[in-house]
Design a protein around this ligand. Structure first.
Ligand SMILES: Cc1cc2nc3c(=O)[nH]c(=O)nc-3n(C[C@H](O)[C@H](O)[C@H](O)COP(=O)(O)OP(=O)(O)OC[C@H]3O[C@@H](n4cnc5c(N)ncnc54)[C@H](O)[C@@H]3O)c2cc1C
Length: 434
């Protein structure tokens, strides 16, 4: 058994931000994680998880390099007549409607910038009470926003492909907050981030405090927390849980046998000892990321980014600097239960048959070099958010309320700041205030 003041479970950007802040303040902790980096998984200069950042990612940009700028003229939208750019003749036909949407994007950006300044020192849900506009958009289903603004044509041609390419969802699956945030790269400078140095920069100095293992359960006994892995039991005064939503649900309800029926599970979830998820507001979108080498067909040859609109498995093609493409497709791999599951030099023609067939439309010849499947790619939060600090010394951080690197990072800083007595604990006060 190992005793330590703080255990951080999960070494993605949220857990690492927490660890970095604690380490810089001289506090001891142990981080237990299956893989370092989580969804910022970069290898040989290629990003298999998060890909772009914007100028507004003030914290994240301290730890990664702004790569190539993403310009709207680099993006082509697939239509029945082939790929089309907004800058081609007829592309800006919907200009007035587009300006209305971009005005809302600009307002949201203003609010979010202020929101983020507060979120470093307060629970996101608590901060939310000061932002009625964000609240309104998170309660408004995106499809209602599209109808109210009369956006049908603009949505089909332009926004729907962006939503599919960035959040891997359709308009029916998100609220207006997600819908408008998908458009940030059209309004704010965005870059294809280079995360090659990120893990070494963020994790510098505390490599010996990282324990590579899978946490099985978390519980409370005699006034302290225990964290159980297959090899070790840790006892701690505080636990910071920085894993995807589905893992949080499992870990905090580790006592529930897997086989209990769904309805029962919901009852138990509602009464789980930590009371973290009292409602069922989440789902996660999944995606397969492929490295494709080959020759694009002439009409697609010059487009750096191609976003597709129809219900085919291919969501987006993105040209890399080495000439290969990163391709996002719907679908999953059967290789392993790990997240992400990875297939190298496999039988892609059989494993990813519909995806393979769809790719023939874009390439004269091609080869898939590697496939990475994320079961938990993007967390789609619903109309209510969750408390980051539901109980004394217990934190649940990450992208559960707002998805994306910068906001995940800030949740890590918030947890650390409470532990360092630089911020107020929330202890569900956020629920009374809303
Ligand atoms: C394909 C893809 C593209 C994306 N594109 C963008 C983008 O362009 N821009 C952007 O801002 N965001 C993007 N995102 C979202 C962004 O990556 C996430 O919001 C963010 O990385 C979440 O960070 P996190 O630390 O909360 O979670 P994660 O990065 O998922 O980290 C969780 C950590 O917990 C560990 N873990 C899980 N279970 C256990 C367990 N039982 N025991 C121990 N450890 C465990 C994992 O190994 C991992 O290290 C993208 C995501 C994906 C998948």
């Amino acid at each position: 058994m190992t005793q330590t003041p703080i255990v951080i479970v999960g070494g993605g950007i949220a857990g690492l931000a927490c660890a970095r802040t604690l380490y810089d303040a001289g506090r001891s902790f142990v981080m237990i994680t299956e893989r370092l980096g989580g969804r910022i998984y970069a290898e040989s200069g290629m990003s298999w998880g998060a890909k772009y950042i914007t100028k507004d990612y003030h914290e994240v940009r301290k730890f990664c390099d702004d790569g190539l700028a993403i310009r709207i003229r680099d993006v082509y939208f697939e239509t029945v007549n082939g790929p089309f750019s907004l800058f081609r003749r007829g592309g800006l036909k919907n200009f007035p409607k587009l300006m209305n949407v971009l005005r809302d994007v600009a307002c949201l950006r203003c609010e979010l910038l202020k929101f983020r300044k507060q979120a470093r020192g307060e629970c996101q849900k608590h901060v939310l009470q000061d932002y009625p506009l964000i609240q309104r958009w998170m309660k408004l289903p995106a499809k209602d926003y599209v109808a109210q603004q009369g956006l049908c044509e603009l949505h089909e041609k332009f926004i729907h492909p962006i939503l599919r390419a960035t959040f891997f969802v359709t308009v029916e699956e998100v609220n207006t907050l997600f819908y408008l945030s998908a458009l940030f790269p059209t309004w704010v400078c965005a870059y294809e981030a280079d995360f090659t140095e990120t893990l070494s920069k963020l994790g510098q100095g505390f490599g010996n405090q990282i324990w590579y293992d899978r946490v099985m359960t978390i519980g409370q006994e005699g006034g302290c927390f225990y964290v159980q892995t297959p090899k070790e039991r840790f006892e701690a005064e505080a636990v910071v849980l920085a894993t995807p939503v589905k893992v949080v649900e499992k870990l905090l309800t580790g006592v529930i046998p897997r086989v209990v029926p769904q309805r029962m599970q919901e009852v138990v979830l509602r009464t789980n000892p930590f009371g973290v998820y009292s409602e069922e507001p989440f789902h996660e979108s999944s995606v397969c990321v492929l490295a494709v080498e080959g020759e694009r067909k002439p009409i697609y040859e010059h487009a750096r980014i191609v976003m597709t609109a129809r219900d085919e498995p291919v969501l987006c093609l993105w040209k890399n600097r080495d000439g290969s493409d990163t391709v996002y497709v719907k679908g999953s791999l059967s290789t392993s239960a790990a997240d992400p599951s990875i297939l190298e030099n496999g039988k892609y023609e059989t494993e990813l048959k519909p995806q393979f067939e769809s790719l023939k439309k874009y390439y004269s010849n091609f080869k898939i070099r590697k496939a990475v499947h994320w079961r938990s790619a993007i967390t789609i939060s619903g109309p209510s958010w969750h408390c980051l600090n539901p109980q004394e010394n217990l934190f649940v951080i990450g992208d559960h309320n707002i998805c994306g690197l910068e906001d995940s990072f800030l949740t890590g800083q918030y947890a650390a700041n409470v532990l360092l007595h630089k911020a107020e604990p929330c202890l569900k006060k956020c629920e009374e205030s809303l």
